[in-house]
Design a protein around this ligand. Structure first.
Ligand code: SAM
Length: 460
């Protein structure tokens, strides 16, 4: 039996969800599963065992004996420190194949067949990330500002000066912050220091940006710092005319959440306008505010929205559930009859109302509230929808919401960012008489293990 700290030779079989690879240590015919950090399929590698459980072990590559033909040189100089794009050492096309296999494996939990459509690449595999959420801290003695992501499995900040998956303007803004912010930064150990995070969202043409500084103070303390922060914001805008709106967020809580619900806007206009073009050339414009969700990779988002639109029923009512700023509802509005949108974030709801208007959609209703509560209301009112699109957060939907959905329509299109919760929900939908017919993977986050998918589910 293998033990912690053993170094054993293994051949890597495949990549797995959560960023590890899988190999087997053959003490019997079946082989004992070892999840290996840093392995690529077909590598022969020496692996140091870091943990042994009853059914599997974990380990990390310490030496590559025979490299896989799928290995490539990571393009980011911080690859080993940052851990943000865990599979950067794997050839992009092969990685997409592997991610599609991860989705296929998750679907094996269903006891019926589903058509797998050809996975779609991200139209851009560099500079695709249009929302950046950097943590900020400072060094102990020199008080030098550190701006970047956490090093994997730690709360140490990797001071990122160049990140190839984000627009270069994000690097320039972070550098400006390092050079010009003199009001101190948050130190987790002491819980003290003012600036906690730097958040920026760019429109896809990079001509406008929403900047948010997250402060480690309650809103009531803002007047103490107001003048200096406003001075800083003016300087930053002079340097970056792309900033359309500058906001402050107050988050003195010691938790992992970057943002709280408390904002102060330094501008009257607190949004950007995003233009996305569909595959048939139709342009849609979206108002996006600081606190509203919008897809991180706008290039890939457009192809996901196209897929949803292709699958909804023409000229019938569409329920856009977990609808955000109406990204999907607006996209589908020239095919659907009437759109109903449900969303729990009030800022996103305001944006959605505006987005239906600015895109000349006249037949819509927007509801603020929890999905399952609104669905129950629709049931009471005996509403029926031609199609329902659900695009829940990573944790998926829930039984109450799915119970209601199953009575509101015979066609569900499920946009998912987590194959595990998707399959959990599909299993539950199966008990309600609904089965997935087809699915397609979309690579929203190239070089990470994340995989988005659009699944068409029908009443059987
Ligand atoms: C993954 S986003 C999708 C948004 C939108 N479909 C899009 O593509 O931009 C999920 C959205 O669901 C909303 N949400 C999360 N839980 C919810 C709930 N229980 N009820 C209603 N909306 C919810 C979030 O605020 C967020 O806007």
């Amino acid at each position: 039996m293998i033990k912690v700290n053993d170094e054993i030779e293994l051949t890597i079989e495949k990549l797995t969800y959560k960023g590890l690879s899988l190999a087997r240590h053959y003490e019997d015919e079946k082989g004992f599963v070892v999840f290996v950090k840093g392995g690529a399929p077909e590598d022969r590698a020496k692996v140091k065992i870091t943990k042994v459980n009853k059914t599997y072990a974990t380990g990390e590559v310490v030496e590559i004996i025979k490299p896989s033909k799928y290995r490539v040189k990571p393009f980011c100089p911080l690859f080993n420190a940052c851990g943000g794009c865990c599979f950067q050492y794997v050839d992009y096309d092969f990685l997409l194949e592997q991610k599609n296999n991860m989705l296929k494996e998750a679907f094996l939990q269903l006891d019926y067949e589903v058509e797998f459509r050809e996975p779609k690449k991200s139209p851009k595999d560099k500079q695709y990330r249009h929302k950046v959420q950097y943590r900020v801290s400072e060094t102990k003695n020199s008080k030098r500002l550190l701006v970047g992501y956490y090093r994997e499995k730690t709360h140490d900040i990797v001071n990122i000066k160049y990140c190839p998956i984000q627009p270069p303007l994000a690097d320039e803004m972070a550098q400006f912050l390092r050079d010009n912010w003199h009001l101190g930064a948050y130190v987790e150990k002491t819980g003290k220091g003012l600036l906690k995070s730097f958040v920026v969202r760019f429109s896809s043409d990079i001509k406008s940006a929403l900047v948010t500084l997250v402060l480690n103070i309650p809103y009531e303390d803002f007047p103490k710092y107001k003048d200096e922060i406003i001075d800083y914001s003016k300087k930053m805008r002079e340097k970056f005319p792309q900033i359309s709106s500058f906001a402050l967020n107050f988050n003195p809580k010691k938790n992992n959440c970057i943002l709280s619900n408390e904002y102060e806007y330094l501008d009257e206009k607190n949004y950007i306008l995003e233009n996305l073009i569909s595959s048939d050339g139709t342009k849609k414009t979206y108002k996006i505010s600081h606190d509203s969700f919008f897809q991180v990779n706008p290039y890939c988002a457009a192809s996901i929205f196209d897929e949803v639109k292709e699958n909804i029923i023409e000229n019938s009512t569409l329920l856009d559930a977990y609808g955000g700023v109406g990204a999907i509802g607006v996209w589908a509005s020239d095919k659907a009859g009437k759109i109903y949108l449900v969303e729990e974030n009030s800022q996103a709801v305001d944006d959605a109302k505006c987005n239906f208007k600015i895109n000349d959609c006249k037949n819509y209703e927007v509801f603020l509230g929890d999905a399952k509560v609104k669905f129950a209301q629709f049931l009471k009112e005996k509403k029926k929808f031609g199609s329902i699109v659900i695009d829940p957060p990573r944790k998926g939907s829930d039984k109450e919401a799915l119970d209601a959905i199953s009575k509101l329509s015979d066609l569900i299109i499920y946009v998912s960012c987590n194959p595990q919760t998707l399959v959990r929900d599909l299993k539950y939908l199966d008990t309600l008489g609904f089965r997935a017919v087809s699915t397609r993977a979309f690579d929203m986050f190239p070089y990470s293990y994340h995989i988005e998918s659009v699944t068409v589910i029908k009443h059987v």
